[in-house]
Design a binder for this molecule. Structure first.
Ligand code: GLN
Length: 198
């Protein structure tokens, strides 16, 4: 696949505008995805942060859940950030809702409690190079279990994984769209430009 990459951003609820701006700064075409038919002709999809219970309900209502489960199994590139990571995880503690459930990770919602509601930390992300990544966490989840096949990309100083990749799927517990460091989005565009892995 050549030319400008076309990436959709699920625009049901949450921080989708900021993701679109980050993608556009990298020269990609960003389009809001409000209905399943908006998924046509995309090279990848970002599921933003927000409230996972609300997004899960809206995804079911608009008919996204099964479609995205199927697409993710067919190697369609998807990047889930914060609530988006929760929606991609195969298993979530404390969430009573049907989700996409495509990635072999277990996550815990709101893992930092009130004290750590929102914070920024410099994370070492070797896949992005030597310069640490300024990661903004907002009522963030963490990864509590991974299965073989999942590559951990970044962990907190105590060893808790907070970003990971499995084939076409990328997740971060934090919000890479909330600062000017575009390396996570560039990394996802790279996954998307390799096309579907067969
Ligand atoms: N706490 C939210 C949830 O569980 C996620 C927060 C976020 O996406 N910033 O859905």
């Amino acid at each position: 696949m050549n030319g400008k990459k076309k990436i959709g951003v699920l625009a049901l609820q949450g921080a989708f505008v900021e993701h679109m701006a980050s993608l556009e700064k990298l020269g990609a075409e960003a389009s809001p995805v409000r209905l399943p038919r908006d998924l046509e002709n995309l090279d990848g999809l970002i599921i933003p942060g927000g409230e996972s219970t609300t997004i899960a309900q809206l995804m079911l209502f608009y008919g996204f859940t099964k479609v995205l489960r199927k697409l993710s199994q067919d190697d369609f590139p998807i990047f889930g950030t914060c609530a988006g990571m929760i929606l991609l995880a195969k298993s979530t503690l404390d969430l009573d809702a049907e989700t996409i459930g495509a990635m072999d990770i277990k996550v815990r919602r709101n893992a930092f409690g009130r004290q750590g509601d929102s914070f920024e930390i410099s994370l070492s992300v070797p896949a992005l190079g030597e310069v640490p990544f300024p990661a903004v966490f907002i009522r963030a989840p963490v990864i509590v279990e991974t299965e073989p096949g999942v590559e951990i990309l970044a962990s907190l100083p105590d060893g808790t994984p907070v970003a990971a990749k499995q084939k076409n799927l990328l997740v971060s517990a934090f919000h890479p769209e909330l600062n000017s460091d575009l390396r996570f989005h560039a990394y996802f565009l790279d996954i998307a430009s390799r096309g579907r892995i067969h």
